[in-house]
Design a protein. Sequence first.
Length: 222
Amino acid sequence: MDGEAPRVLVVGATGELGTHAVHGLLARGAQPAVAGRDTARLDALAIRTGCPAFPIDAYDLDGCARAAPRAAAALGGLDGVLVAVGVPAFGSADSVPDAVAEHLMTVNALCPMAVLRGAVPVVRDGGFLAAITGAIVETPLMGTADYAAAKSALSVWLGVVSREVRRRGVDVVDARLPHMDTGFTTRAIAGSPPRLPAGADPATEMAALLDRLLRHLASARR
């Protein structure tokens, strides 16, 4: 990396995947900034790691869009953004309340889109914009119509943005990680999850994703 530490914003940093990402970046010599909804956990993470921290709320889309510019100001620039926010809900399409469907779309699609939309002008050429969508995009299960729709909306959006920023060498990553053993499904805001296979190890999956993202940065700087 030519001796310069990669500067990366992790959004959803207080969740399990986000926390793995922050510690993984630090272990790889990067300089993370962290953002999340749970202010107490965010403050504790910032104290433990020394990372700049910014509270965000998924329903404040303007605030989400400001996260990357704030991180760039705090870090002296921004090489990449990783969005690891998400919330599940389950149930047949006719049983999911409209309020739940709205929440799923806001947290899983509109919030990540706003964060990355705000990041496009500030992330450096040759940087990356990444969001975790998940295998649900490729193989939606019964009882996940609204959850899968929100993640799929984000996936389509990322695909278009990838083409829009290609000339700048920015890598837009639709991270379709497998089902992982994070307890994520137990935190569903509605319904019960369908039968799922054994979950993959989140630390291993996140390590592989970080290695991919940082290899892109290293390659772009050669």
